[in-house]
Structures are given as structure tokens and as C-alpha cells.
Design a protein around this ligand. Structure first.
Ligand SMILES: Nc1nc2c(c(=O)[nH]1)N[C@@H](CNc1ccc(C(=O)N[C@@H](CCC(=O)N[C@@H](CCC(=O)N[C@@H](CCC(=O)O)C(=O)O)C(=O)O)C(=O)O)cc1)CN2
Ligand SMILES: [Zn+2]
Length: 762
């Protein structure tokens, strides 16, 4: 027998019910009981969907009001001083305060916890903050309540918790410098308490996620795994240790031998772990094989997966489980909803619900190999694989020929930076500390409504264009009034910085309901790359030209770079990431050249996901960095020296990649730095980064409006590290999630801070 289980299901709901309820709650339009009711309805629906799809052990603990790491911080009582409730009892208000910051007119409020990328995904978690004297105590009942809720519904459940080592790894030591591992012994007893309580509820299996086992771990952390799990084993629950997003490699022996009852491995990302694992796994353990890709939307090649499974079954018998490779948090919910998708393409795809069905049919293929549904599913899968392989929609000889004809010279600007910047300065005539923004202005409800009406045919194209033009006019007027130096058009016409371009490129298909959580209530709808990519016609030129014609100031053209397009889409699996990025680069290069021809003097090519594309294992870094920098240069190098190329990156830990960022050779890079108090500039200083830099002077994730003096102080700090003549002044990132009032207020302060610095350094 093989058992079908799942590591986690998306919590947002098919219609983003959770997002809508969260936002209504924050606005005061929904009360707590209403919000809780939506949560429990969603959990019920998701368990039902998974059970119906054939999942035998249902995950509990995958639901979160904002983020699963944050839920753990509450569960462990890891609540920073500034959020601690007076009576010590954390509430939903505490949780949302930690996630979103608290504004308080009298004392400046409390800034939100830092948010960062969850491994190499586009999901963001809230970074736990540890103090040297950190105490842990159980203080949040959610997991137990949800287990009881599921049991009451008659489900067989497997609670999911983040393991102690991964939880500590993800957090940050605050205040005095100390080693986070010192906290382990204090944290471990809580796991014992949690497991005791789960056992009392009648739970048999618990899933402990330790995805850091697929990283290059320092020796002390490896040792800590043995110590921790030896201590944890002393309780009655059966434990499945889950690893995902990569291979265990040198940690395979360690993971296989920890005193737990089962191990889950990701065979999609790291198929080479099989069959080695069979020889290393103790004979009493369950092995869970992650064979259905939780990170992409392609239908599983069932025959291929089954061949591994059959082999494993001969060795493991009853000890074999089947699952998606990782939690389905990263997958859209239900393909069934896609009523407008091209039928052929649709037949190639699977979302979370369908992935559960795939897992279940794989298990059934072991248990009842001759059952009619099994044979039918296998035949269908075979047909889909064959149809895709032979489809003429995928392979475009012209695109491939163009990629093949690229020469080294194509990814070099004509002149060196020193020469270019002189030409650019002469042409642009900007003051010292030039001010600009990152591209987007508030995506108001009115903008979204207009776009929705246009899509539903309630607005004509001309009416929609006029609505967007009116937004652009507004953005330009505001920027002129505020006295910004380099203007942007505001991106009102873009649903998302990646999807907008994907919709206009050949080789992409996009969905109507394929939403995936990015952070909190914010979702993205990644488009799907199915074939060779090309640009049938200019994508942004008319909008930017319209904006430029409204003003005498310089209007920055705004594009998304090839690596970010790729990282925030669902990629093909039949060709490498590098090949897809090169095709994207050529399409974007044509757009850059078209913008230049339309008289645009500055073009920004966002590479927000550059750092996120870095492989989890260091051994693979250089290869990635080589092609990622090269494709950026390929798209940026079609223009004359006097055309200024900007790039933008957020959430980036630059130390590791600074050399490559310099190799991208953008004339100006704007980065997120305000929350790290300009510390991120250390890398730029240490490396003597040669080009211009705009370190973000305020955090755009919070509605809080910092004073001009706060921003001026940050700029002074920046000027200590970077020569003043190479500094720009801008926010951390785009302003689309903000409202107009706080945006204008903050930009007034930003412009005044820049003026202050000009005076001081004149
Ligand atoms: N792809 C991507 N990844 C990214 C970022 C990014 O900008 N894009 N930024 C970083 C942070 N992540 C973010 C992710 C999403 C959003 C965001 O604002 N998402 C919007 C959706 C954006 C969108 O696609 N909007 C569409 C659809 C809007 C919509 O919900 N329409 C309503 C109808 C209109 C209404 O009543 O509001 C509906 O379909 O029901 C549009 O504008 O057309 C949201 O969740 O609210 C922000 C940051 C990192 N990763
Ligand atoms: Zn950004």
C-alpha cells in the first residue's frame, strides 16, 4: 500500500476570500467574528477538496491569518517588546500589528517586523525577532483549535509545524550579537508540549518542516539537528520530517538517521536523491516521495513518477507515502475555474486541486494497478506528454535563431560607464541628489475597477485608455507640484509588473483565477511560459510617450527585466531557465530601443527578483550569476551612451552578489535600504561599486510617513559610504500598495530631505 498525503494547501481561497476578508477587517468593515468565520469556512472547504481529491492524511496548520512563520512566533511567544500586549495575551490585533506595523499618532507607533523571501519562492514571511534573553512559552491556541475543528469534521489529520532549527534559522538576533543556536535548548521543550497536546487530541502523525536541510549548513547547525531531534523523540507522536525545495546532498545521511518515523524528500527539484536514499533510510522509517511539483503548474508525467514509485514500493512496501514536492501554498487553487483558457493549454496544466488528484492516483496506481481510473489517468497523462512534445505552438525557429545569433558584443554598452555618465549628465542636467520614485503610484480601487470593467466589456478600449491617461495626468501633476526631478508615469495601466508584460508577449498564457499568495493579503497571478518567447509589438511606448508629452521634466520609461519576468512566472520545464531568460532579454531589448527612439532619455529595467533567482546551494551560484547578469546586459545594451539605464532591486541581501550587480553595469541602481538603516550599502562601499546608487530612504510597506529629518539622516549615512555625487534619492520600492495621501506626504518630506542635503554638501 502507498498512502496519499499533502504537505499543505493554499489558504487564500479560490476567489481570494481570505484576502478580501483580511482587507475588510483592517478597514473596519468586517468584525473579528466575521473574519474568523471566513477562515473556518475556508479550512473546511479546503479539507473537503483535498479529501475528495483522494488525499488520505489532511494537513492542519497550513492556514494562517497572515503568514505561517508569524503564527509560529505567536505560538512560541516570540513577540517583540514593542507589540507585547499589556495583559500578556496575544490577540489577532497583536498578530496583524506585528505583520503591518502599528501607527500611533503620539509616539510614532511600532514598525512592522521585517519581511523577506521564503527560500527561493515569491512568498514572503515575517522574520522572527529574537533577543539574547529570549524566553519561549506556548501562547497561541490556533493549531490545537484547528486540529479539533478538523477532527470534529471527521477528518484524519496530520498537523504541520515548522521545525525548531528552521524556525531559528529564519529569525534574526536583535540587540546584542549572539548565536541563535543558543536559544535551541529553550525552544525545544515547547515542541514536546505541542506534541503532547496533539497526542492527547488523538493525532497520530505530525509533519515537521525542516527545509533548511536542503541548504549548505554550518557544522554547528548539523550537530544541532541531532541534538534537537534526540530530545524531541521522547514523546508519543509519530513524526514525518519534511524537506523540500532541493536535495539533501551532504545532509542526506543526517536527515535519514534523525530519530523520527518518516522522511519526505523533494524528487521534483532533486530527483537524483533517489535511489540513494533507499540505502540510507533505516528500515523502520516511512519514506514520502514528493513527485508532483508544488512549485509549477504543469501536469505531472504520471508514468515517469509511477516508475520511481513502483521501484520504491518493491523496497518499502507499506512504508511508502506519496505527496506533492512541497506545500501547495505556491500553487494556484483550482484549474477547474479557468473557463476562458485555451483547451489544449488547459489540458497541460494542474493547480492545487488537480495536484492532489495526481498524488492520489499515483498512490492508487500502486494499490490497485488495474483499476479503471488508474489506467485511464495513465493513458491521459501519456497523451498529454506526447501532445506537448509534438506541439508546434512551443517551438519557434525564428526565436531560437535569434538567440543563437547573439554575440558577446550584444551585451556590452558602447562606451564604459565613465564616458556614458558624462554624456548622460550633460543631457539630463539634474541637480545633485536627484529625486525620483521606483515606478508605480497607488493602484486605487478606481483603477482596478476600470480595468475590471474593461475586461468585462463594460468600458470600451477608448474609455479605458482615457481613464488610464487621466491617472497618468494626475501622477505627473503631483510629481511636478512636489518638485521631483525624474518623473514616472505611475504604472496605472499595469495589473502587475510581470503579468502586464506577459500578456503582451507570445509564448505566454495567463489565467483568470490563478492567484498565489505573495505576502499577507497580497497575491500575484503568475503567467505561464509555455513556448518560445517573443514580442509581437511595442508594449509600453505609447503610455510613456503620452506621459513624457505632459511635462518638460525627464520621464523615466519603466520595464521589467528578464530574470524577474522568469522568476515571477511559471516557467517551462523542457528548456533551461537560462534559455527562457535570453528570449525574454531579446524581447525587452527591443522595447528599450523603441523607448529610446521615442525620445525617452532614461529607461528603468526592474530586476526585483535577481537575488531570489540565486540557487539555494552555493555550488550553483556562479553559473546563475553569469547568465543572469549577461541577460540583463543583453536587454540594456541596445541603446546609445547618453541613454541612462536604471535598475531596481528590493528585499536583497547584496553582500553575496555585489560583484554581479556591478557586472550588470546599470548606470543607476535603486535599492531597498531604509529598514536596514543603510547597512546594505556596506557591500557597495566595500566593493567600491562604481556606478550611481539610489538607496531607498523610506519603507513603502507601511502607511507611516517618516519626517524629512529621518530621511535626511539616512542620506547622510549613505553619503558616508558612497560619494555624494553618485547618490540618488528615492523610496525603497514602488508605491502601488499605498494610498495617495501618505504617498504625497512622504514624498514632500523626501524632496525636502534631498534639498537639505544639497545645501549641506554644496
Ligand atoms: N509578481 C509580482 N511579485 C512581486 C511583486 C510584484 O509587484 N509583482 N512585488 C513584491 C511584493 N509582492 C507583491 C505582490 C502583489 C502585490 C499586489 O498589490 N497585488 C494585488 C493584485 C495586483 C493585480 O494583479 N491586480 C489586478 C486585479 C485586481 C483585482 O483584484 N481586481 C478585482 C476587481 C477590482 C476590484 O474591485 O478591486 C477582482 O479581480 O476581483 C488589476 O489591477 O487588474 C493584490 O493582491 O491586491 C504587491 C506586492 C515581490 N513580488
Ligand atoms: Zn521593489
Amino acid at each position: 500500500m502507498a498512502l496519499a498525503h499533502s504537505l499543505g494547501f493554499p489558504r487564500i481561497g479560490r476567489d481570494r476570500e481570505l484576502k478580501k476578508a483580511q482587507e475588510a477587517f483592517w478597514k473596519g468593515e468586517l468584525n473579528e467574528a466575521g473574519l474568523r468565520a471566513v477562515g473556518s469556512e475556508l479550512r473546511k472547504t479546503h479539507w473537503d477538496l483535498q479529501k475528495k481529491a483522494g488525499i488520505e492524511l489532511l494537513p492542519v496548520g497550513d492556514f494562517a491569518w497572515y503568514d505561517q512563520v508569524l503564527t509560529h512566533s505567536l505560538m512560541f511567544g516570540v513577540i517583540p517588546e514593542r507589540f507585547r500586549p499589556h495583559d500578556g495575551k496575544a490577540t489577532l490585533q497583536t498578530l496583524f500589528g506585528m505583520a503591518r506595523g502599528v501607527s500611533d499618532s503620539c509616539c510614532g507607533g511600532a514598525h512592522a517586523q521585517e519581511m523577506t523571501k521564503w527560500f527561493d519562492t515569491n512568498y514572503h514571511y515575517l522574520v522572527p525577532e529574537f533577543s539574547a534573553d529570549q524566553q519561549f512559552q506556548l501562547g497561541w491556541e490556533q493549531l490545537f483549535e484547528e486540529v479539533e475543528e478538523a477532527l470534529a469534521l471527521g477528518h484524519k489529520v496530520k498537523p504541520v509545524v515548522i521545525g525548531p532549527l528552521t524556525y531559528l534559522w529564519l529569525g534574526k538576533a536583535k540587540g546584542a550579537e549572539f548565536d541563535k543556536l543558543e536559544l535551541l535548548d529553550r525552544l525545544l521543550p515547547l515542541y514536546g508540549q505541542i506534541f503532547q497536546r496533539l497526542a492527547t487530541l488523538g493525532v497520530e502523525w505530525v509533519q515537521i518542516d525542516e527545509p533548511i536541510l536542503v541548504l549548505d549548513l554550518p557544522q554547528e547547525w548539523k550537530n544541532a539537528f541531532e541534538r534537537a531531534y534526540n530530545q524531541i523523540q521522547r514523546d508519543p507522536l509519530k513524526k514525518l520530517l519534511a524537506t523540500y525545495f532541493g536535495g539533501l546532498e551532504e545532509n542526506l545521511g543526517l536527515a535519514a538517521n534523525l530519530p523520527v518515523d518518516g522522511l519526505h524528500i523533494d524528487l521534483v527539484r532533486a530527483p537524483e536523491q533517489y535511489p540513494t536514499i533507499l540505502d540510507r533510510l533505516p528500515a523502520y522509517k516511512v519514506l514520502s516521495l514528493g513527485l508532483v511539483n508544488g512549485r509549477n503548474v504543469w501536469r505531472c508525467d504520471l508514468e515517469q513518477a509511477l516508475s520511481v514509485l513502483q521501484h520504491a514500493h518493491e523496497r518499502l512496501g507499506e512504508r511508502l507515502w506519496v505527496a506533492p514536492s512541497c506545500s501547495l501554498l505556491h500553487s494556484p487553487v483550482d484549474l477547474g475555474r479557468e473557463d476562458k483558457l485555451d483547451a489544449e493549454l488547459k489540458s497541460w496544466l494542474a493547480f492545487a486541486v488537480q495536484k492532489c488528484e495526481e498524488v492520489s492516483i499515483l498512490a492508487r496506481a500502486i494499490n490497485e494497478p488495474q483499476a479503471a481510473p488508474v489506467l485511464e489517468a495513465l493513458a491521459q497523462s501519456r497523451a498529454v506528454q506526447a501532445a506537448r512534445a509534438a506541439s508546434s505552438r512551443i517551438h519557434k525557429p525564428a526565436v531560437q535563431a535569434r538567440v543563437a545569433a547573439v554575440t558577446a558584443a550584444d551585451s556590452q554598452r558602447k562606451g564604459p560607464f565613465a564616458k556614458r555618465i558624462e554624456a548622460q549628465r550633460n543631457r539630463l542636467q539634474l541637480p545633485a541628489f536627484p529625486t525620483t520614485t521606483i515606478g508605480s503610484f497607488p493602484q486605487t480601487a478606481a483603477i482596478r475597477l476600470a480595468r475590471q470593467s474593461f475586461k468585462q466589456g463594460k468600458l470600451t478600449e477608448a474609455e479605458y485608455t482615457e481613464a488610464m491617461h487621466s491617472e497618468i495626468r494626475h501622477a505627473v501633476t503631483v510629481q511636478e507640484r512636489l518638485g521631483l526631478d525624474v518623473l514616472v508615469h505611475g504604472e496605472a495601466e499595469r495589473n502587475d509588473m510581470v503579468e502586464y508584460f506577459a500578456e503582451q508577449l507570445d509564448g505566454y498564457v495567463f489565467t483568470r483565477f490563478g492567484w498565489v499568495q505573495s505576502y499577507g493579503s497580497r497575491c500575484v497571478k503568475p503567467a505561464v511560459i509555455f513556448g518560445d518567447l517573443s514580442r509581437p509589438k511595442a508594449m509600453t511606448v505609447e503610455w510613456i510617450r503620452y506621459a513624457q508629452n505632459l511635462t518638460d521634466k525627464v520621464m523615466k520609461g519603466m520595464l521589467t527585466g528578464p530574470v524577474t519576468m522568469l522568476m515571477w512566472s511559471f516557467p517551462r520545464e523542457d528548456v533551461s531557465r537560462e534559455v527562457q531568460a535570453r528570449q525574454l532579454a531579446l524581447a525587452i531589448r527591443d522595447e528599450v530601443v523603441d523607448l529610446e527612439a521615442a525620445g525617452i532619455k532614461i529607461v528603468q529595467i526592474d530586476e526585483a527578483a535577481f537575488r531570489e533567482g540565486l540557487p539555494l546551494r552555493q555550488a550553483q551560484w556562479q553559473h546563475y550569476l553569469d547568465w543572469a547578469t549577461e541577460v540583463f546586459r543583453l536587454c540594456a545594451s541596445g541603446v546609445r551612451d547618453e541613454t541612462q539605464i536604471h535598475t531596481h532591486m528590493c528585499y536583497s541581501e547584496f553582500n553575496d552578489v555585489i560583484e554581479s550587480i556591478a557586472a550588470m553595469d546599470a548606470d543607476v541602481i535603486t535599492i531597498e535600504t531604509s529598514r536596514s538603516d543603510m547597512e546594505l550599502l556596506e557591500a557597495f562601499e566595500a566593493f567600491a561599486y562604481p556606478n550611481e546608487i539610489g538607496p531607498g530612504v523610506y519603507d513603502i510597506h507601511s502607511p507611516r510617513v517618516p519626517d524629512a529629518s529621518e530621511m535626511a539622516n539616512l542620506l547622510r549615512k549613505a553619503a558616508k559610504r558612497i560619494p555624494a555625487e553618485r547618490l540618488w534619492v528615492n523610496p525603497d520600492c514602488g508605491l502601488k500598495t499605498r494610498g495617495w495621501p501618505e504617498t504625497e506626504a512622504a514624498l514632500v518630506h523626501m524632496v525636502s530631505a534631498a534639498r537639505q542635503l544639497r545645501k549641506e554638501l554644496a
